[in-house]
Design a protein around this ligand. Structure first.
Ligand SMILES: [Zn+2]
Length: 413
């Protein structure tokens, strides 16, 4: 398994960024502190004639390579063909990105964009070029979500809910009869190209006392198939260590800043040892914004102080989130700028780190010669911006990331 190493590297990179705050604002002016271009030979391939698209003059920020400088991005045949300053080319189309950030297409690993057929397009407009529907449906209705994913303009993959009924108001797993191992496995095997893992929502109002048993059954399917499980943690009946003990490297814990009972911090405010152990063996911890009971500013601020950082952000996006708390991925990312995470780290959590969670996203989350030309052009706006947690707590930030242009597979959308 390569996950544990990748995980440690990802965390180490963000930690370094947090401690070296000077790395934060390596903007165009600070050329002396910028990595030398020669350190990124793969980034300036020679082929720049006959470009389809040229993104000119933006601050290209690619955490996967550490590249962060004003440059042009040349695109041909759906791929990045060159990243360097002043590409002279008669491209068919060009976009002026002066004053803007040019970052890899955003990857959102926890959404519910499989519910409506237009959802993926809405996310795409926000810069999200790859996304996961995380358990909206179980085996009963999975064909609908798979169909939406297949029709999506972007790269959409699906986690099947371990409850055959999917997300239901009365609680997906309140009745263990909803866990149909045979039907779930059959659905995954039918759609291995689209279904990339299993989702288990485990809080008390979703699973009651069935949390551990439902997760065990999910793992009995996932482990032999070599696919990850994403659990939704927080306010569970069972203690978090009992739940984490069932997770394997590569599994994902979303809603990591969920308030107690059974959050990641003990009553002494310290990270509980079972979380440290899970992180060490390669279980990923994801933010998962959502709208109900998933995080508070106080917990997120405490976590930042304790250096307990997410490896990935995600929105838990759905139609209701478009106008409430979440809005879009850029808004969720901006909350971490407010919390003090450096811009590079924020971009990494939404791109290069997220690309490592599912094999379907391998090779994405980067802007280098040869990589798929999925790109978000974002503005880092200055001003006064209010952001909300899940409990109506508000904080005012001075920066906001807003996607202005999305490029998918080399085409402006
Ligand atoms: Zn969700």
């Amino acid at each position: 398994m390569e996950h544990p190493i990748q995980y440690r590297r990802a965390v180490a990179i963000i930690r370094r960024m947090l401690t070296r705050r000077s790395f934060l604002y390596v903007a165009a002016a600070g050329a002396a502190s910028l990595p030398a271009l020669s350190r990124f030979p793969e980034l300036h391939a020679a082929q720049t004639d006959r470009l389809d698209l040229l993104i000119r003059g933006g601050r290209v920020l690619d955490p996967s390579s550490g590249f962060d400088r004003i440059a042009d991005v040349g695109i041909a045949g759906g791929k990045v063909s060159a990243v360097r300053p002043n590409i002279a080319s008669g491209a068919a189309e060009s976009i002026d990105a002066t004053g803007k950030l040019v970052v890899p297409g955003l990857i959102d690993i926890h959404t519910h964009a499989g519910r409506e057929k237009e959802d993926a397009s809405l996310c795409l407009a926000d810069g999200v070029t790859s996304l996961v529907d995380a358990g909206s449906a179980g085996s009963d209705a999975i064909e609908d979500v798979v169909a939406v994913a297949k029709a999506a303009p972007s790269r959409m993959r699906v986690l099947i809910n371990i409850s055959k009924k999917g997300v239901i108001p009365e609680g997906d797993l309140m009745d263990l009869a909803n866990v149909d191992v045979v039907a779930t496995r059959a659905a995954i095997e039918r759609h291995r190209d689209v279904i990339v893992g299993i989702k288990a929502r485990l809080s008390k109002n979703v699973a009651g006392a069935n949390d551990v048993e439902a997760l065990r059954r999910a793992q009995s399917i996932a482990k032999p198939l070599g696919i990850p499980i994403m659990i939704h943690m927080g306010q569970t009946v069972s203690p978090l260590p009992d739940i984490l003990a069932i997770l394997k490297p590569g599994d994902i814990v979303t809603h990591m800043y969920a308030p107690p009972p059974n959050g990641i911090f003990g009553s002494d405010g310290k990270l509980i040892p079972a979380v440290t152990a899970a992180r060490k063996r390669g279980v990923w911890f994801d933010f998962g914004n959502g709208r109900v009971d998933h995080w508070t500013w106080a917990l997120a601020e405490h976590a930042m102080q304790e250096r307990v950082l997410p490896v990935t952000f995600s929105t838990d996006w759905g139609q209701a989130a478009r106008t409430d708390q979440v809005f879009n991925f850029g808004t969720v990312m901006s909350k971490f700028l407010l919390l003090g995470m450096p811009l590079n780290g924020v971009i990494a959590c939404a791109t290069s780190n997220a690309a490592k969670t599912f094999p379907a996203f391998k090779g994405r989350g980067t802007i280098r010669a040869g990589s798929p030309a999925d790109i978000a052009i974002m503005e880092l706006r200055s001003g006064s911006f209010e952001f909300e947690d899940n409990y109506k707590g508000k904080r005012t930030g001075t920066q906001k990331l807003v996607t202005t242009v999305t490029v998918l597979g080399g085409k402006r959308v």
